[in-house]
Design a protein around this ligand. Structure first.
Ligand code: APR
Length: 463
């Protein structure tokens, strides 16, 4: 992934200890259930060339008067001069159309596809750059609306796209005469049902959030169940976004704040556990955070016997488990762990780590058995279908003999499975309900022929 360099003005700042802690914060967060929630504001589109709301570029002139955006983006101003307000919004819409999604929008869109229903975006931006980058609409709450759309100012149901004809530069100028004429909207801006003015589909400063248009309740509910909140490029001066941040911190949701400047959100996370203020631009931090979230979503296959045979080091299993990584146990291939015996692998894993950690309690048999079963399923993203015997999961079962002399006496079955059992103690194997081996007879293959073929192939290779 190519990372845009941060402009010098906004050099990325976060203490190196905190940066080193980021992967673990994110891994622990993603080990929790619930969605990974992004909350974005105008700052994320700044690097696409869309002016931020409270930046210096926001003023607008109507007649001889200079207006601040907070005065124009109101129902009251629209009531007084609908055409002038439309002219301002059409200008903004043209700016947004001319802008392209940047690396931060793209990284978030990629993550949305990777995480599926574990992803949700709440954006204050009306510029439409998130959907244009590919973030699915059903996982995007545009809590301040979208200026590409309009709706009836009297409340008739339904949204319509702002007509293309209005984006021609002279069309917007011509609108001005409608204010002077003081009344009926021009044909393109009249409601098809009641003929009242259509208005931009945005939330104005003198209006309230609601669920139907702006997903107010859904947004707050999403925070309650979130595994991680990432706040990007917003001052926190509007109601819902700040409520989201406060609620997340109050409920202990791990929270990362990305902004070149400290503000209300960075103050919220200061000194809180499992949080970080990542000072810098969205283009610098968002791709990095997204890469870490993707890595945290991935599973790790630990192959200690292969590592031993190839002298390739010992993984920090206890540390990785504590950090919330999803670990499964594997044998690796025949070239580096010849007998492919998962029971052997469990035994080696337990004993190796007790030795390395200098602690006979550091790797309990139960932990190792879980890594070999449900841990493996989770690391493949299949934990809800495989890995444990539960109603609704696939029927993957082995029957292990425990009455041989070697297995006697039996005190603890879990400890026995890890320290005593061998592959050839397995009597019966059932995969997805189908019996593959019964009482050591393989039912789906001709075992004698497979052995003969293997020998023949090995002989060929040796000549
Ligand atoms: N990367 C990340 N953040 C940036 C960048 C950047 N490159 N450039 C600027 N910022 C930050 C600024 O530091 C500031 O905190 O973006 C924020 C922009 O602030 P605002 O313009 O206030 O935008 P926002 O917080 O999204 O509020 C705008 O308020 O008036 C309402 O409805 C309106 O949705 C709009 C909202």
């Amino acid at each position: 992934m190519v990372l845009a360099p941060a402009p010098m003005r906004y050099r990325a700042r976060v203490s190196s200890t905190r940066e080193a802690a980021l992967p673990a914060i994110i891994a622990r967060a993603l080990a929790r259930p619930g969605p990974c929630l992004f909350l974005t504001g105008a700052g994320i589109s700044a690097e696409s060339g869309v002016p931020t709301f409270r930046g210096k570029e926001g003023y607008w002139v109507v007649g001889s008067r200079h207006y601040h955006p907070e005065e124009l983006a109101t129902r009251a101003a629209f009531g007084r001069m609908p055409a002038a307000i439309w002219r301002w919004y059409l200008h903004r819409l043209r700016v947004c159309r001319g802008a392209q999604p940047n690396l931060a929008h793209q990284a978030i869109a990629g993550l949305a596809h990777a995480l599926g229903d574990r992803f949700l975006l709440i954006t204050q931006n009306v510029d439409g750059l998130h959907p244009r980058a590919g973030t699915p609409r059903e996982r995007t709450y545009e809590v301040h609306g979208n200026i590409a759309w309009m709706r009836c100012s009297r409340g008739c149901e339904g949204l319509a796209l702002v007509p293309e004809e209005l984006l021609a530069s002279d069309a917007a100028e011509r609108l001005e005469s409608a204010d002077r004429a003081g009344g009926a909207p021009p044909p393109l801006l009249g409601c098809a049902r009641c003929a009242a003015w259509m208005r931009p589909h945005v939330l104005w400063f003198d209006e309230h959030y609601d669920e139907a248009s702006f997903r107010f309740d859904s947004s707050l509910r999403a925070v309650d169940s979130a595994a991680l909140l990432v706040v990007v490029g917003t001052t926190g001066t509007t109601n819902l976004p700040l409520q989201i941040g406060e609620r997340a911190v109050r409920r202990g949701v791990p929270t990362l704040v990305i902004n070149p400047e400290p503000n209300a959100f960075s103050a919220l996370v200061q000194g809180q556990p499992e949080t970080a203020f990542l000072q810098g631009t969205a283009g610098h931090w968002v791709p990095r955070v997204v890469a870490l979230v993707r890595d945290a979503g991935a599973g790790v296959a630990v192959n200690p016997e292969s590592n031993l045979k190839l002298a390739s080091g010992v993984p920090d299993i206890a540390g990785w488990l504590a950090a919330g990584l999803k670990l499964g146990l594997g044998t690796d291939g025949a070239a580096s762990n010849n007998d492919l015996d998962m029971f052997d692998t469990m035994r080696t894993t337990a004993m190796l780590h007790m030795l390395i950690d200098d602690d006979p309690r550091s790797m309990p048999a139960q932990t190792v058995l879980e890594m070999a079963t449900i841990g493996g399923a989770r690391s493949l993203g299949l934990g809800d279908r495989l890995g444990s015997l539960e109603p609704g999961k696939l029927a993957d079962v082995i029957v292990v003999r425990m009455d041989t002399a070697r297995q006697t006496p039996l005190y603890n079955p879990v400890s026995h499975l890890v320290y005593v059992t061998r592959g050839d103690d397995v009597r019966t194997s059932i995969i997805n309900g189908k019996v593959i081996m019964r009482d050591r007879q393989v039912l789906t293959l001709d075992a004698a022929k497979v052995i003969a073929d293997a020998n023949a192939m090995a002989a060929c290779k040796n000549h």
